[in-house]
Design a protein around this ligand. Structure first.
Ligand SMILES: *[C@@H]1O[C@H](CO)[C@@H](O)[C@H](O)[C@H]1NC(C)=O
Ligand SMILES: *[C@@H]1O[C@H](CO)[C@@H](O)[C@H](O)[C@H]1NC(C)=O
Ligand SMILES: *[C@@H]1O[C@H](CO)[C@@H](O)[C@H](O)[C@H]1NC(C)=O
Length: 258
């Protein structure tokens, strides 16, 4: 299977409520730059732009500089997140990405509430699933067959929502598995993508569920073009007031790299 041609870079065990911590980063080591280069100065300007512009509507795709030193950037918050949370997430992202990838002209950082990236190549509007981060709950569901059916139906529903232009690439929903157990799902494409690349990104993410997430109680797939997540507890806004059992648990992480 083509999936297994990917190199699994590393695994990490963690127990957390990781909303505030970053979920991962990608520093492209094939695009090294020195920290006193014009490109690096342009990245600093770009990041300031992204921070100031993104909180108002949750999304910015822009560029800074001219000629070969021009840098392209994108910042986006998850569509259900408040302006306040969005703003603080983008600020953290802009700060941390420079600490994590100080010498790269292509860098990306993922949080639950936001995503930020920049590159010297123009990537705006293009689907990119080359680098992916997976998180999954170590616990398995008790009734895999029914679960797969219900998850599949919910995923179809939220993916369809994400493709409706007015939804800004966001789809979210829930379904009751039993009177006491509810499944929650959210998908989000970056807003520079049109319907087709958004649909492609979501299809690849869901198609890769079996690699790490088969029958798991929760799963997140983080790509540069989309975010896909399901859990057996409420995790998106407006927050569901129903029982939130299992909101903390053990998650494993793996990174997929071509
Ligand atoms: C880029 O820099 C890193 C160290 O920061 C190094 O490991 C890597 O080999 C460099 N890449 C290239 C293409 O020179
Ligand atoms: C869940 O299922 C996987 C694969 O079948 C297995 O390796 C793992 O140990 C199970 N996890 C738990 C907590 O039982
Ligand atoms: C919460 O769970 C209890 C039993 O575990 C159940 O009786 C109650 O109806 C649940 N509340 C909601 C809002 O689902």
């Amino acid at each position: 299977m083509a999936l297994f041609n990917y190199l699994l870079l590393f695994f990490l065990f963690l127990v957390c409520n990781c909303t505030a911590e970053h979920l991962g980063e990608f520093c492209n080591k094939d695009k090294n730059i020195s920290s006193d280069s014009p490109k690096s100065a342009n990245i600093d300007h770009l990041l300031a732009d992204l921070v100031s512009k993104t909180s108002s509507n949750g999304f910015t795709a822009t560029s800074y500089g001219v000629g070969e030193d021009r840098v392209y950037g994108l910042a986006q918050c998850r569509g259900d997140v408040s302006k306040k949370d969005c703003s603080s997430c983008i600020q953290d992202a802009a700060k941390q990405i420079r600490q994590l990838c100080p010498n790269q002209a292509d860098a990306r950082i993922w949080f639950d509430y936001c995503f930020l990236r920049y590159d010297i190549q123009n990537f705006i509007g293009e689907v990119d699933t080359a680098f992916g981060i997976f998180y999954w709950n170590v616990e398995n569901v008790t009734d895999p067959e029914t679960f797969d059916k219900d998850l599949g139906a919910l995923m179809d529903q939220v993916r369809e929502q994400a493709l409706v232009p007015k939804n800004g690439g966001l789809g979210k929903g829930k379904t009751k598995l039993t009177p006491f157990v509810t499944l929650y799902a959210l998908v989000q494409c970056t807003r520079d993508l049109s319907q087709l690349p958004c649909a492609q990104c979501l299809a690849i993410a869901v198609g890769n569920f079996p690699v790490f997430c088969e029958h798991r109680k929760g799963c997140r797939v983080l790509y540069s073009s989309c975010y896909v997540r399901y859990e057996l507890y409420p995790f998106f806004f407006p927050q569901d007031s129903s029982n939130s059992t299992g909101s903390s648990g053990k998650y494993l992480r793996a990174v997929m790299h071509p």
